[in-house]
Design a protein around this ligand. Structure first.
Ligand code: NAD
Ligand code: TYD
Length: 357
C-alpha cells in the first residue's frame, strides 16, 4: 500500500480518488482534518476496503511510525501542509509547525521505518514530497520560467515554510541516502478546491451575488494546472523518478488574475445566466493588495516531459469548464464547507475516537 498524508485536502483527495480509480493498491490516508481537510471529498470511498482513513497529525512522529510499522507501505506521498498564503500572513505559526516541524517529524519516522526494512522492500521504498513553485519567489515579466536549478527565494511565510521542508527532504537524501523525490508544482485548480482560493472563491461569490475581490491591479500572473494533471505527474515521478531529484510540474499556462476572473464570469454567464440579464463581471471589486504579493510564477516543466514523458492532458479552456461545471453540479459541497457543517460533523464523528480502520 501507499501512505498518503493530507489526503482529505484539495489535491490529496483528488490524488487518492484518482489512484484508486486506476489501481487496486490500497491507500492509508493520514490527515489531521484541519479546516482544509474534508472527509466529504472521499465519500465515494466510504465502503471501499482499499481506503483506510486515520485522523492524525504529521507532527506526531510516534503515531506515524506505529502506522508505518503496522501497514508496511512501499511509499509515502506527502501532501499535508498549511497551504493558503493569506492565512500564512495572518498567522504564520501553524505554517512553521506543520510544514517545517511536521515534515521533519514525518521524515524522522519514515527514516526509522525505512532503515529497518530489508532487501527489495528497502530498495523499492520512496518518499515523495509534494511542494510548490512558490519556493522560487517571483519573476519579472521577461524572466525565463522557474527551472529545477532556479535559486530558492521564498517571499511569504507559506513559501518560506515549504522551502524549509524541501531543504530538509533534500538533506535526508544527501546525508542518509533516504530515497526522496520532490515535485514543485504551479497553482492547481479543479474539484474540491477550498473556496478560500481564487478560482473556487470567485465561482462561489459570483453565484451568491457577492463582490469578486481582485487584489491590487489583478495583473499578477500564475501558471494554472488542472489538478488531475498534477496527480498524473506525481504518479509518474513516484514510478520512475530518479532518487534525490526534484521535478517541476506546470501547465504552460500563464494567466493574469483578472483574465482568470473574466474567464470564470464569462463561463458562468453562459452556463448560469444572471436573472437580471447582467454579467457576473459587474461584481468585480478591486481590493487592497496582498502584502509581499508575488508578481509572476511560471514553470519550466521540460525536465518532467523529457525524462518521464509527462505532459498536461488538459488545457486551461477544457479544465476550467470542467471545474465550473463541477461547482455548479455540487452546490451542497460548497454550502457545507461554508457553513462549517462538515467541521461540526468531524467533531461529532472523530472526537475521542481512536485511530484505526
Ligand atoms: P489543502 O490545504 O487543501 O489540504 C491540506 C491537507 O493537509 C488538509 O486535508 C489538512 O487537513 C491536512 N493537514 C494540514 N495539517 C496537517 C497535519 N499537521 N497533519 C496531517 N494533516 C494535515 O492543500 P492542497 O492545496 O491540497 O495542497 C496539498 C499540497 O500540495 C501542499 O503541500 C501544498 O503546499 C502543495 N501544493 C499546492 C498547490 C495548490 O495550488 N493548491 C500547488 C503546488 C503545491
Ligand atoms: P491563491 O488562489 O490564494 O493562490 P496563491 O496565492 O498560492 O497563488 O491566489 C491566486 C492569485 O489570486 C494570487 O495572485 C492572489 C490572487 N487573489 C485575488 O486577487 N483575490 C482573492 O480573493 C484571492 C483569494 C486571491
Amino acid at each position: 500500500m501507499i501512505f498518503v498524508t493530507g489526503g482529505a485536502g484539495f489535491i490529496g483527495s483528488n490524488f487518492v480518488l484518482d489512484w484508486l480509480a486506476q489501481s487496486d493498491e490500497p491507500v492509508l490516508n493520514f490527515d489531521k482534518l484541519t479546516y482544509a481537510g474534508n472527509v466529504n471529498n472521499l465519500a465515494s470511498l466510504k465502503d471501499d476496503p482499499r481506503h483506510v482513513f486515520v485522523r492524525g497529525d504529521i507532527c506526531d512522529g510516534e503515531q506515524v511510525l506505529a502506522l508505518l510499522r503496522e501497514h508496511q507501505p512501499r511509499a509515502i506521498v506527502h501532501f499535508a501542509a498549511e497551504s493558503h498564503v493569506d492565512r500564512s500572513i495572518h498567522g504564520p505559526a501553524e505554517f512553521i509547525n506543520t510544514n517545517i516541524n511536521g515534515t521533519f517529524a514525518l521524515l524522522e519516522a519514515a527514516r526509522a521505518y525505512w532503515t529497518a526494512l530489508e532487501g527489495d522492500a528497502k530498495a523499492a521504498f520512496r518518499f515523495l514530497h509534494v511542494s510548490t513553485d512558490e519556493v522560487y519567489g517571483t519573476l519579472g515579466p521577461n524572466d525565463p520560467p522557474f527551472s529545477e536549478t532556479t535559486p530558492y527565494a521564498p517571499n511569504s511565510p507559506y513559501s518560506a515554510s515549504k522551502a524549509a521542508s524541501d531543504h530538509l527532504v533534500r538533506s535526508y537524501h544527501h546525508t542518509y541516502g533516504f530515497p526522496t523525490l520532490t515535485t514543485n508544482c504551479s497553482n492547481n485548480y479543479g474539484p474540491y478546491h477550498f473556496p478560500e482560493k481564487l478560482i473556487p472563491l470567485i465561482i462561489a461569490n459570483a453565484q451568491a451575488g457577492k463582490p469578486l475581490p481582485i487584489y491590487g491591479d489583478g495583473q499578477q500572473i500564475r501558471d494554472w494546472l488542472f489538478v488531475s494533471d498534477h496527480c498524473t505527474a506525481i504518479r509518474r515521478v513516484l514510478a520512475d523518478g530518479k532518487l534525490g531529484e526534484t521535478y517541476n510540474v506546470g501547465g504552460w499556462n500563464e494567466m493574469a488574475n483578472l483574465d482568470v476572473v473574466h474567464t470564470l464570469c464569462d463561463i458562468l454567464d453562459s452556463l448560469k445566466p444572471k436573472a437580471d440579464g447582467g454579467s457576473y463581471r459587474d461584481q468585480i471589486t478591486y481590493v487592497k493588495d496582498r502584502p509581499g504579493h508575488d508578481r509572476r510564477y511560471a514553470i519550466d516543466a521540460r525536465k518532467l516531459e523529457r525524462e518521464l514523458g509527462w505532459k498536461p492532458a488538459e488545457t486551461f479552456e477544457t479544465g476550467i469548464r470542467k471545474t465550473v461545471q463541477w461547482y455548479l453540479d455540487n452546490p451542497e459541497w460548497v454550502a457545507d464547507v461554508q457553513s462549517g457543517a462538515y467541521a461540526k460533523w468531524v467533531e461529532t464523528n472523530y472526537f475521542n475516537r481512536e485511530a484505526g480502520q
